[in-house]
Each structure stands twice: as structure tokens, then as C-alpha cells.
Design a protein around this ligand. Structure first.
Ligand code: DON
Length: 312
């Protein structure tokens, strides 16, 4: 278990080191609104079982969680569909970019996993399930507020609209899946909910708090609330480890050794089973679309604290 004073100095050291670095990766500019974010931000937060959150850097500044939202929509969709979900989406690593279209044709419109864009759009369609888009979106937002115990979590409308105007690839993916019956609702409705849940804005502190149930067998250890079963939490962690960083998932497992999920806003949520939920944020991305300094910070954290699911 982490001791708070040591953890505080470790997280502060890492944040100071990251802020001093000049190799920051490249900001995602295919969503025009994201291109406006200052690449100099770095934040880190570690949430412990008793609700203590150890933070450093820009850990209180909200950022666009983007694909990290897919962990939470997967959790909701499994609650709705149970194992039937796996008929609509697979759970194998894709070995391709997050927005790749190439596998969908050979695999008859069934996406490889719930974290690539096609898979996450199919998962959103399960949550939509005939409801109005505003109802489904309200459900997702309420879930994020409940998990982070923070009613101020909100959606950045400018980011959602920016992606809605320019998300032609996602439109292609969704229409292609619709042709196979994998998408059941009107494509515009499903994409509208998808773009908006990707545009949820959260700080590292809020995100680390929201991830606690994955670190503690499906329960919030602080409040005692049971969110999902321990078996489901274990399985979501497994998919985060194998698919959470797209074509960089193997490298993340090799370097960090923790289940993690990245987003093109530059955030990463990482889980230390039984111990902590960690959020890092640095907007510059590597070639696979994952936070460059975020990954380096987590690698340093895992190495220096000796935590990894594969042993110290
Ligand atoms: O659909 C998209 O392209 C974005 N809303 C989310 C992509 C994303 O975050 C990929 N993560 N690294």
C-alpha cells in the first residue's frame, strides 16, 4: 500500500520532471477544438482507497477525456446487455489505429474491441437502445458524476460540436456497421451521443476518483457503493491492458505494466489493482495517438514505486 508522504514526493518529482521536458509529442488537431489546447500542461492524480487524492501539476484543470470515456460506456453497456454485448463487438487487440476502417470489412462490420472508435460507437448504440440521445447522454454524464462524486463534471459543447462537424471517418465507420445491422439506432443519434461522451471534460482528480471501482473489485472502497461485480471489473481491466492504447497497447504493457486507457485529449487512466486509480494528462501525443509524456510519467511511477501487475 502507498504511504501518503512518499507518494506525494514521488508524484511531485515526476510532475516537475515532466514539466521540464521539451519532447511533448503532437497535439491532436483532427478535432479542431483540441488543437487550441496549450501543450505545456501536465497533471497527475493518484486516488487511494480512503478517498485521499495525491495530486501534482495541473491536476485540477479539466481536459477532454475523449476515448477514456469508452471505459465507462463499456461498463454501462455491459450492465445493459451483459455477455450479449460480445455479439456486437469483439475483445481482441486490433493492432491497428484507433480510427482504422480496414478490419471492419473483413470482419463483417463487427469491431475488434470496445475501445477502437468502431467498437466504442457500437457500445454507444447499445446504451442508446431506442432512447432519445439526450436521455442516453444524461445517463452517461450522471454515471461520471456519481463515480467521481462531483456534480460539476460536464460536457465541453465546443469540443463535441467541433468533432460533429469534422468526424467524417467516424461517420464512415458507423454507416458501414449500420449496413451489417451492428448499429441499430439512427446513425446520427448514435454518433451524436458518441461525440458528446468523448467531449466530457474532467480534471485528473475527478478522473482518478471515477476509476476507483476498477481498482477495488467493482466497489468504491470509500463509500462502500458497489458499482459492478468483481468479475466484471477484472475483465474490464483485462481489456484496458490488451486494447486500451490501440496499436501501442503492447508497448504500454511492457513499459508500465498496468491496465490503462488513453484519449486523444492527452489523458490516461491507469489502474493499480487493489491500490490506486491514477490519472495523468499531457496533451501532446505519440504516433499511436497516446499521451507521450503521460506514458513516460506512468512508466516512471510504476518503476519507482514498484507497482505493476507483472511484479515489482
Ligand atoms: O472518435 C474520435 O476520434 C475521438 N472522439 C476519440 C479518439 C480517441 O480518444 C483515441 N484515443 N487515443
Amino acid at each position: 500500500m502507498f504511504a501518503v508522504p512518499q507518494l506525494r514526493s514521488l508524484v511531485t518529482d515526476i510532475a516537475d520532471e515532466m514539466r521540464a521536458r521539451t519532447d511533448r509529442g503532437r497535439i491532436a488537431d483532427y478535432i479542431p477544438e483540441l488543437a487550441r489546447v496549450d501543450p505545456g500542461f501536465f497533471g497527475m492524480a493518484v486516488a487511494l482507497p480512503d478517498g485521499t487524492v495525491v495530486t501534482a501539476g495541473d491536476a485540477e484543470t479539466p481536459f477532454s477525456i475523449q476515448s477514456i470515456s469508452k471505459v465507462f460506456t463499456l461498463t454501462l453497456a455491459l450492465g445493459i446487455a451483459g455477455d450479449r454485448l460480445w455479439k456486437r463487438v469483439g475483445r481482441e487487440p486490433s493492432g491497428t489505429a484507433f480510427n482504422s476502417i480496414v478490419q471492419l470489412e473483413s470482419e463483417k462490420g463487427v469491431p475488434r474491441n470496445p475501445f477502437i472508435n468502431a467498437g466504442a460507437i457500437a457500445v454507444t448504440d447499445v446504451i442508446l437502445a431506442g432512447h432519445k440521445p439526450s436521455v442516453a447522454l444524461g445517463e452517461i454524464l450522471r454515471f461520471m458524476r456519481f463515480l467521481s462524486d462531483d456534480q460539476t463534471v460536464t460536457i465541453d459543447k465546443a469540443v463535441a460540436e467541433s468533432e460533429q462537424r469534422t468526424g467524417f471517418r467516424n461517420m464512415a465507420l458507423a454507416n458501414y456497421m449500420k449496413s451489417f445491422g451492428v448499429i441499430e439506432n439512427p446513425v446520427d443519434y448514435t454518433l451524436g451521443v458518441y461525440f458528446h461522451h468523448c467531449a466530457i471534460a474532467m480534471s485528473c482528480r475527478q478522473l482518478a476518483l471515477a476509476g476507483r471501482f476498477l481498482a477495488h473489485s467493482g466497489r468504491n472502497p470509500d463509500t462502500g457503493h458497489s458499482v459492478i461485480s468483481s468479475e466484471r471489473a477484472r475483465r474490464i481491466n483485462a481489456i484496458m491492458l490488451t486494447c486500451g492504447h490501440y496499436d501501442g497497447s503492447g508497448d504500454f504493457a511492457y513499459r508500465v505494466g498496468l491496465p490503462g486507457k488513453s484519449g486523444v485529449g492527452g489523458g490516461i487512466l491507469a489502474i493499480v489493482p487493489g491500490q490506486a486509480s491514477i490519472a495523468v494528462w499531457s496533451p501532446g501525443l505519440d504516433d499511436a495517438g497516446n499521451s507521450h509524456l503521460g506514458r513516460i510519467a506512468l512508466e516512471a511511477f510504476a518503476k519507482r514505486s514498484g507497482v505493476s501487475i507483472f511484479g515489482a
